[in-house]
Design a protein around this ligand. Structure first.
Ligand code: NDP
Length: 295
């Protein structure tokens, strides 16, 4: 049996970020416009701090303006909503991202839905969700956007393919299913109550695993030749007991013996997520200024 080819998210991400930087340079030169991304971080969650730092760094590397707003963990809802309003009105800001999860006393839905829809580069605003579901122009959540880009690059036309998405979260599973449906796949969304998960996954030409359970999808569930996109990021103890390593929701070692192509963890979906955030910021900036969007 031949081994699956690796879908190299790092290379895809580097390529996408390079193309974005070229567009940004052209926007500056031809229109005098610099796309700006504002990230709001409430509290001191260590993982969120790492993400926000990384987003800021890559934003600047792409030639965009990065605005970081760090607010204390006990920030009131009123103060946070006022910050979002300020950013909504700021013409230098084309994209706004409120880093999730928010501290428990804050209503995430209320905060996200207070972001100007046209600046909602995470694509979580209820109006962007509705626009995506009805096939209209929207801002698409970054992780699923990265997955669909890699799938189209790997497989070309996706129409008619059987796709199974494991996970039905608002940030990954559901928008992923919408994107696959928009590409005319036959889509099944599986979740914790799915009766025969193994049988469901076995039908799939495309498997997207977004569960958050380390290595739960074994190779024996995968249809030979299928394309496997592993969204999961799980920290597990190393075999020697020294520290941790990252694994996906798919058992990579057995799945790569059966699949046609597969994303590794790390180095698959993860690197594409921030690149897609930059892509959405560029898109939002072009739309705000009536400039044709990059392809
Ligand atoms: P959620 O916890 O919000 O959703 C998990 C989904 O998996 C739920 O729909 C749940 O079903 C389903 N599920 C749980 N257990 C099972 C099971 N035994 N069988 C089938 N389905 C099950 O997670 P997210 O969508 O936010 O994230 C999923 C994974 O993706 C995580 O590992 C996360 O770290 C990673 N992630 C990676 C990103 C990246 O950039 N690469 C970005 C975002 C997330 P139910 O609804 O029935 O409870």
């Amino acid at each position: 049996m031949t081994q699956a080819s690796l879908i190299d998210g790092k290379a895809f991400s580097a390529d996408l970020r390079g193309r974005i930087a070229t567009h940004v340079a052209r926007l500056k030169e031809e229109h005098g416009i610099t796309p700006g991304l504002a990230v709001v971080l409430v509290g001191e969650d260590p993982a969120s701090q790492v993400y926000v730092r990384s987003k800021g760094k890559q934003t600047v590397e792409a030639g965009m303006a990065s605005f970081e707003h760090k607010l204390p963990a006990d920030t009131s809802e009123e103060t946070l909503l006022a910050k979002v309003r300020e950013l909504n009105e700021d013409p230098a800001v084309h994209g706004i991202l409120v880093q999730l999860p928010l501290p428990k006393h804050l209503d995430s839905d209320l905060v996200i839905n207070s972001i100007d829809v046209a600046k909602d580069v995470d694509g979580f605003h209820i109006s962007n969700v509705g626009l995506l579901a009805t096939g209209q122009k929207s801002l698409v959540p970054c992780t699923p956007l990265g997955c669909i880009m890699m799938l189209k690059a790997e497989l070309g036309d996706l129409s008619g393919k059987e796709a199974v998405v494991i996970g039905r979260s608002n940030i990954v599973g559901k928008p992923m299913a919408q994107l696959l449906l928009a590409e005319s796949c036959t889509v099944t969304i599986a979740h914790s109550r799915t009766a025969d998960l193994a049988g469901t996954v076995r039908r799939a030409d495309i498997v997207v695993a977004a569960v958050g359970r380390p290595q739960m999808v074994p190779g024996e569930w995968i249809k030979p030749g299928a394309t496997v996109i592993d969204v999961g990021i799980n920290r597990v103890p190393k075999e020697d007991g020294e520290g941790h390593r990252l694994v996906g929701d798919v058992d990579f070692a057995s799945a790569k013996e059966v699949a046609g192509a597969i994303t590794p963890v790390p180095g698959g979906v993860g690197p594409m997520t921030i690149a897609c955030l930059l892509s959405n910021t560029l898109t939002a900036c072009c739309r705000a200024n009536g400039i044709p969007e990059p392809e």
